[in-house]
Ligand binder design. Structure first.
Ligand code: KG4
Ligand code: ZN
Length: 389
């Protein structure tokens, strides 16, 4: 089955076309026919995502990204789609998407695609709607079915894949229940996964998500958005130079007997440190790097300890780490080492697929399309707070 994935939940416009085969298990395999992500650099200097700007950027990037992916997949042939007259009506609220799409549909024949998968939540609703509106129109014009995908399930399924070559992969072999650690800009959760669609939340952040902590602290240190990679780079420098440091941050909730997290105190602690020692002064790069290392160490220690403890308590033999923060190489290597020592399998996708992309949505959507769990296009709705299961 050929499935097109569309992702617009935050600030990355992701589109991918895959050819997939098999069921939700070790017989599953796929080929990536086309894959592209347009990342919005406009947010870098603001230190966070502005939903209205992000929405506008998605509207601008969506159809060019779609065209790029379909061209890469050699799925485009010059021609004319049969009936595009009503597209204007369908996209009355999305004039910019309409402009691009109208020209696109008039240029090409319908490509060979069996179903469309689109993120419906969680995320920023104005952004989600741009992807949903595009998916609805394509489903209508190309006369193919559409599935709504949960963004976090997309991340999770992405991490279950073994990438065998740059453009193909399969599902890894592991036992259920598995423990999922979802760590992104908006989520920090420990979830017991019993089967596809069957989830039990066992812990979550009570305030900021891990990615949010990276982003907010990066902003305090005058580092660009997204903060995670910026802090990771500086932290790596500090480790490499082996800078001595007496900076010590609190490890929130580390020793509490539960699987919840709290990261907002970390941000406050960094703020206090900056105010007490560096108010009105220029923060030297070496101190910035020391703080970055301590921030990364703190977040790593809390995530690793809680995850390993939960894996033991629930007796799982596999942990799946996913979401943008799982791109962090320090967290990946620390968690891998600890799980290895506990004879527990660690599943995580290559870092380039950890942050938002269309491939994870195509993969996740495939399994629902296989079960014919299609949505009525006009009933697809953005749900910013969508939960798993
Ligand atoms: O999954 P994602 O791309 O978008 C959401 O669904 O939120 O995750 C984005 C988050 C941001 O907070 C970003 O700072 C963080 O992931 N992130 C990282 C790294 N790369 C991205 N955090 C730590 N280290 C990284 N290398
Ligand atoms: Zn994400």
């Amino acid at each position: 089955m050929r499935i097109l994935g569309i992702e617009t939940s935050a600030d990355d416009t992701g589109v991918a076309l895959i050819e997939a085969d098999g069921t939700f298990g070790a017989d599953f395999n796929f080929k990536v026919l086309g894959n592209a992500v347009a990342s919005q650099s406009v947010h870098a200097s603001y230190g966070g995502i502005f939903p209205a700007i992000a929405k506008r950027e998605h509207a601008k990037n969506l159809v060019p990204t779609l065209e790029k992916v379909l061209r890469e997949a050699k799925a485009l042939e010059a021609g004319a789609a049969s009936n595009v007259a009503h597209v204007r009506e369908l996209l009355v609220r999305e004039p910019e998407i309409f402009e691009h799409l109208d020209a696109f549909l008039k240029k090409y024949d319908p490509p060979e695609v069996d179903a469309i998968a689109v993120t419906v939540g969680p995320g920023l609703e104005p952004c989600l709607w741009t992807g949903i509106n595009l998916a609805r129109v394509l489903a209508d014009v190309w006369d193919i079915p559409v599935v709504g995908v949960n963004h976090m399930e997309g991340h999770l399924i992405m991490s279950m894949m073994e990438i065998r070559s740059p453009s193909s992969g399969a599902m890894m072999n592991f036992d259920y229940p598995a423990l999922a650690l979802l760590v992104s800009g908006g989520h920090t959760e420990l979830i017991l996964m019993k089967a596809l669609g069957e989830y039990q939340y066992i812990g979550r952040t009570r305030d900021d998500a891990a990615g949010e902590a990276f982003d907010k602290i990066a902003r305090m240190l005058e580092l660009p958005y997204p903060g995670g990679p910026a802090i990771a780079r500086l932290a790596a420098e500090a480790r490499e130079k082996n800078l001595p440091s007496d900076i010590k941050l609190p490890r929130p909730m580390l020793n509490e007997d539960n699987f919840d997290f709290s990261f907002s105190g970390l941000k406050t602690a960094v703020l206090r440190l900056l105010e007490s020692d560096w108010q009105g002064k220029t923060l030297p790069l070496e101190i910035k790097a020391e703080i970055a290392r301590e921030v990364e160490d703190t977040i790593t220690e809390v995530l690793v300890e809680k995850t390993v403890h939960a894996a033991e308590e629930y007796g799982v033999s596999a942990v799946i780490m996913s979401g943008g923060v799982s791109a962090n190489s320090h967290i990946r290597s620390e968690l891998t080492a600890r799980l290895q020592a506990a004879s527990c399998q660690m599943l995580v996708c290559p870092p380039e697929f950890s942050t938002d992309n269309g491939l994870m949505i195509a993969l996740s959507g495939y399994f629902y399309a296989l079960n014919k769990e299609f949505a009525e296009p006009s009933a697809l709705t953005a749900n910013g707070q969508l939960k798993l299961g």
